[in-house]
Design a protein around this ligand. Structure first.
Ligand SMILES: [Zn+2]
Ligand SMILES: [Zn+2]
Length: 66
């Protein structure tokens, strides 16, 4: 089973809607959270820091709540 190289989480391919994301730059596998599907790049190659990820998540949460 592939692992996300960022969070070390297993990507469960037995789930029908789960697809493994492979960064075209570093050729590593990533979960949805650490991968930009529109660019086919992992967050590392995109240059997004962990802090930025957290900020994004927070933003999304507050957006949903409103
Ligand atoms: Zn991940
Ligand atoms: Zn990458």
């Amino acid at each position: 089973m592939p692992l996300c190289k960022t969070c070390k989480e297993r990507i469960d391919l037995s789930q029908p809607y789960v697809r493994v994301n492979i960064c075209w730059k570093c050729r590593k596998t990533f979960c949805d959270l650490h991968f930009d599907k529109s660019k086919n790049l992992c967050n590392r190659c995109l240059g997004i820091s962990k802090e930025e990820m957290e900020a994004r998540k927070g933003f999304r949460f507050s957006f949903i709540r409103r």
